[in-house]
Design a binder for this molecule. Structure first.
Ligand SMILES: Cc1cc2nc3c(=O)[nH]c(=O)nc-3n(C[C@H](O)[C@H](O)[C@H](O)COP(=O)(O)O)c2cc1C
Length: 149
């Protein structure tokens, strides 16, 4: 499978998790490309058998529970475009001590569905990635199998 992983990050966790996912998928025999979401157009993210979006959940303009600002800009620019027939998977980093745990995952899922894309479920919310990288990389490895099956 040819897989594109598109991420944004503030403190590096989502980048590390995306790179780990890419290595895991490659070890499973897939092709995987990792890019930052602010480097690509919506159309470019569709040139894959499977498109993965990943974002931390953060504050935006004083409001908690938002996607990364680069994802907000990407979704805004891509509004009204079609992803019909395309398959996606979504994962996100967050911290369960916040009221809206990993809500960027739901926001991005809704964006994909509104564009007519199919989201492979379940999406993967990751709690405190950098606090227990080994355990969380284990979750990513399990998830990689599900989204490619
Ligand atoms: C200012 C701030 C706001 C945050 N808001 C949320 C939130 O609303 N929900 C959540 O689940 N995590 C929240 N987090 C936790 C981050 O999503 C978490 O630390 C994540 O691992 C960061 O990913 P990154 O390293 O890719 O930027 C927040 C963290 C900070 C510093």
């Amino acid at each position: 499978m040819n897989i594109g992983i598109f991420y944004a990050t503030y403190s590096g966790g989502t980048q590390a998790a995306s790179e780990f996912l890419s290595q895991t998928l490659q070890a499973m025999g897939h092709q995987a490309t990792v890019k930052m979401i602010n480097e690509v157009t919506f159309e470019e993210t569709l040139n894959f058998d499977l498109t993965i979006y990943s974002s931390p959940t953060w504050d935006f303009e004083g409001k908690e529970g938002q996607a990364h600002q680069d994802f907000i800009a990407f979704m805004e620019k891509s509004k009204g475009k079609s992803a019909a027939g395309k398959t996606f998977a979504v994962f996100g980093l967050g911290d369960s001590s916040y009221a809206h745990f990993c809500s960027a995952v739901n926001i991005i899922e809704d964006f994909v569905k509104a564009a007519g894309g199919t989201v492979k479920s379940p999406s993967l919310p990751i709690d405190g990635y950098l606090f227990d990288t080994e355990k969380n990389n284990g979750l990513i490895t399990e998830w990689a199998k599900k989204i490619t099956s």
